[in-house]
Design a protein around this ligand. Structure first.
Ligand code: CA
Length: 312
């Protein structure tokens, strides 16, 4: 008698649905709910980055979790995340890669009116074409950017990088300053000139100190109130380096002084209930320096948590 299973076969329990089973490969059908779009671009990163490996690590990390949320009693097993695959990046040309991202995201949003995109970068530069496309396809969009950095570097010193996405979005008028909310900005990773720039542009900047003193609940509730009064859609751009390095060791710009994963989860869970919330990107995870896939697993966990909160 021989005892064999297929290569790479995971342990199966008949009473357990793995979160990776929520993924369905796109077959060209119209998508009415969640769609995963991988954006494996890291050549635009100022520092060394393997963030192009993150979409695959994210998909893999879903298999670490079940679909059942014990706290709410919700089970995601009837939800579907349609996996559009990855956008093909140009080997060397960042501008061409950004064009491909913008064109692809725009067309998918146009052809799938109810699609809720879950965009997995890549470095943070991918948010520039992704948000530009989102705004163009969907209309007046407010953006909550969770980030340690303002990401409004000048373009003369290094061209278009993961330090410039919000500079480009503001300068090219894809979003107005008062439609951008930067949450988690912190000490010793920004400069006075860029803080001045965002304030001049009318951006609402929430520092880590404000998050800690006022509390994340009040911060997010006040942002959601403002957004509800002026925007048609809310998009979240989540740079995982908003987290303290203890919670996100796989970020190229990992540093101390950031959020805990439970504070970030609380923020996203509040946002998840907003009827305007209709798209998210998660960026700046480099699986090649991650420790025990902690940062990729956290990305997957945050998305599952968010999906549960959005269940009717
Ligand atoms: Ca960033």
């Amino acid at each position: 008698m021989i005892h064999l299973t297929p290569p790479g076969n995971l342990f199966q329990d008949q009473y357990v649905t793995r979160a990776s089973e929520l993924l369905r490969t796109w077959q060209g059908e119209v998508v009415h709910s969640y769609g995963l779009i991988g954006v494996p671009l890291a050549k635009s990163s100022i520092s060394h980055s393997g963030a192009h490996l993150a979409p695959a690590a994210f998909r893999q990390s879903l298999s670490s979790f079940t679909t059942y949320a014990v706290e709410s009693g919700c089970d995601l097993q009837r939800e579907r995340i349609i996996d559009f695959g990855d956008i093909a990046m140009h080997t060397t040309d960042v501008t061409e890669s950004h064009k491909r991202i913008k064109d692809t995201v725009y067309e998918l949003l146009q052809e799938n009116e109810k699609l809720f995109p879950i965009i997995i970068g890549g470095d943070h530069s991918v948010s520039y074409p992704a948000i530009a496309a989102f705004q163009q396809a969907r209309g007046k969009t407010a953006v909550i950017q969770f980030d340690a950095h303002c990401d409004v570097r000048n373009l003369q010193d290094g061209g278009v990088t993961n330090g410039t996405p919000f500079r480009k979005l503001l300068e090219e008028k894809h979003i107005e300053g008062d439609y951008l909310y930067q949450v988690g900005i912190r000490n010793f990773v920004n400069s006075e000139a860029y803080v001045h720039y965002v304030k001049q542009a009318g951006v609402r900047m929430v520092t880590m100190e404000e998050v800690e003193t006022v509390g994340i609940q009040s911060v997010i509730q006040s942002i959601l109130k403002e957004v509800g009064e002026k925007a048609e859609h809310l998009y979240v751009s989540l740079d995982m380096d908003v987290l303290d390095q203890a919670y996100a060791p796989g970020c190229p710009a990992a540093a101390p002084g950031g959020m805990t994963s439970s504070v970030l989860m609380e923020a996203l869970n509040l946002i998840a209930r907003s009827p305007l919330f209709s798209g998210i990107d998660i960026v700046e995870v480099d699986p090649s320096v991650d420790f025990r896939s902690m940062t990729s697993k956290l990305s997957a966990y945050l998305i599952l948590s968010l999906l549960t909160k959005r269940m009717k």
